[in-house]
Design a protein around this ligand. Sequence first.
Ligand code: ZN
Length: 400
Amino acid sequence: MAMKNYLRLIIEIVMGLLLAGALAFGYWSYTGKNHVMSELTEASEGATEAQEELEKLTKELEEAKEKLEEAEPAAQQMMAVKESFSNGVVLQDYEAFIKAQKGPVTSERQLGLGALRLLTKGAEDPETISAFQKALEMAEWSSRLKSICAAQNALAAAGQKVKVLADCAAEKEAKGHKKGHAVHWDYAGEMGPENWGDEFPTCGKGTKQSPLNITGPFEKSKDVLVVNYKEGPLKILNNGHTIQVNVEPGSTLKINKDVYNLLQFHFHRPSEEQIDGKPMAMVAHFVHKNAEGKLAVLGVLLNDGKDNAAIQTLWNNAPKAEGPEVVVDKVKFDPSSLVPAALTHYSYEGSLTTPPCTEGVNFYILKTPVDIGKKQVVDFPFKRNARPVQPLNGRKINAN
Ligand SMILES: [Zn+2]
């Protein structure tokens, strides 16, 4: 394929994904966008033209963001964008944009469109996914797959409901990894934590990585936490790395005056965080995001002790094998049933503890552990799914 065509191809993909990715992270959110941007920038490294296009689009998005901010207060803004995102208005805009371009609709443009469809309404539509996969097969393969997988994994890791393409798994299989496994990493062996950096640069090069060994001296934490989680339908999945519970909108964590929405919570065995060099039996990570796209994780340590009724409810309904989210109709679950009354904590700046290890995540590890029965620990379907502790690199750990 001619170099010029190749570059155009990248531009189209980057444009489609940037639009979709930025919207998924929050149209109005600069921070969130930067996360996707950095993934995409990495993916399209070396393609100057693509970079220029990226910059142009960033500017346009920023202008759109400003207009939106002028128009409505933050909360309404968020709802409006969410709504237009889910009902396909944004998709229509992009379709109109493509129509306005001169010349025929190329495979590249279809691909950009496919990416957006996939990330809007398409994630629930098998036909869109298969059409998108066909579009992917139309021309040169590896670079676009890489950028799409990077964007999808980043979105999925940030708690967005994004179906990661089967082709991202196919690429992994081609490299001789575990068959049928949908992602590129593991907790042991060739794709273990020591090698995450090969495919996810931040995991290897990042300087503010999680988890940490929590040990003094501490700075004084002035942050005040208020947990306001609500009961909702139990939506639970086994994603091949952990048991995760997805949470409907409405449950929040307030950090001082900043409101974070609870997206999901999941478990690690043993606890990823260590206290004075020692892990606990397990930890629950509650993952939140605020309106600016910033992530905050509340960690609840689970200590060997009495059986925990809330955990039992989850384990009774957790799929044994990797697969999609299961909605358990007859069971309602209140995430606050896993949170101790005292919210005294250790806090630090860190990262996602799974690839792509994105930084800029604030951690609040509660000092008060919650009991879990010995058998309940054994019944958790992952024997070991904890990333080793990471270097502090001069970071301060706060405590209150
Ligand atoms: Zn976690």
